[in-house]
Ligand binder design. Sequence first.
Ligand code: NAD
Length: 400
Amino acid sequence: MTFSLGIVGAGQFSGQFAKLFLAHPGVGDVHVTDLLPERAEELVAAEGLSGTFPSYEAMLESKAVDAVAVFTQRWTHGPLVLQGLNAGKHVYSAVPMAITREEIAAIIEAVRATGLTYMMGETSQYNPATVHARDQIADGAFGRLFYAEGDYVHDMDLGFYEAYQYSGGENWKATASYPPLLYPTHSVGGVLGAWQTHAVSVSAIGVRDDRGDGVFDQEISQFGNDFSNATALFEVAGGGSFRTNEFRRVGYPSHIRESRFRFFGTDASMEQLATVSFWQDKKGVKDITELLEPKPTLAPDDPSLEHISPALRAAFTSGSAPVHDRSRLPREFDDLPNGHEGSHHFLVDDFVTAVNTRTLPSVNAWVAARYTLPGIVAHESARQGGARLEIPDFGDAPGI
Ligand SMILES: NC(=O)c1ccc[n+]([C@@H]2O[C@H](COP(=O)([O-])OP(=O)(O)OC[C@H]3O[C@@H](n4cnc5c(N)ncnc54)[C@H](O)[C@@H]3O)[C@@H](O)[C@H]2O)c1
């Protein structure tokens, strides 16, 4: 059984995914559309796709497209996803799910009403540290888990200036100031992808930027934002807490590791740093670095990475780690590029399998809301000087 897919947005990120969707035995034709038609044409030529549509609306009107995959700029997803669901298409969306509580509520309602598949492509879901913690939690190895930390530490100087210029055109500074806490899913999702709970309240602190180069300038920012770094402490259902860092001005080698996680339980704990990871209990320390280390699948100068800033390419060259169980993946993926610590193959397979078997995907709308809404509320908390705010919850997916 196969379905046809329309990719929305032919920028820096979608190319690697177009290749995987096309290779998956559960997908037939793959089309693409972009506001800049030359980008869509280029992607068709590079990946051998079936063709372009002149607009997203034209794609949604077409009976030749069963599902859409949204790879547009990060603040645009909510309305585009809703439009897709309301047109009767299954939807895969790059992160984040949306940037307001209302958009999230509307997506959940549309998924409930239509019964269509929605999935958010959160790469941390398959980050080796999250996968390992998830396995260990399932085995009870931590004892009672009561605290975790998730960081997305990516300095603007390490590829983001170029990426925002490519993405935003002349007015790129207006969007390069995108609030760090409105991009919360790599840190929150990496914690909650392992720890089966959800955030119920938060207090967050933002650091006002002082570089003075017009990025993170409230006057120029489309989001009125001048926070470049932010830290949030979340209370979770069932007791305990986790802390996330979203840093965009930080002395840290994000080309080596941009998301990092730590988990603490009553019996054991796990800590990940840039180049090493450890499992600890009351007796001692075990080095688990090897287990979590993704193997490279692509050279950084591969022509398919042409549109990606050299400083960002490491994220697109990493393959699976020993902790990844690839046995359920299609063999067609074996020799294809992967990325973001081996997550791309699993995310594509999750979505395709969910659509074809009419089952819930891993990061379904209800899970995506729990990875995204805490950041939206945390940003509001930071704007209010760290006020402790409650986080609404949409509950578990129906049938869970
Ligand atoms: N680790 C991760 O999960 C990860 C990594 C990188 C990027 N991303 C996400 O992927 C998304 C895309 O990132 P990118 O770097 O490719 O962005 P980009 O700016 O390079 O590309 C976005 C493209 O979408 C097009 N577009 C915008 N609105 C459109 C519309 N209505 N119809 C058709 N095309 C439209 C733009 O013209 C542009 O070419 C972002 O949301 C980003 O958050 C996620």
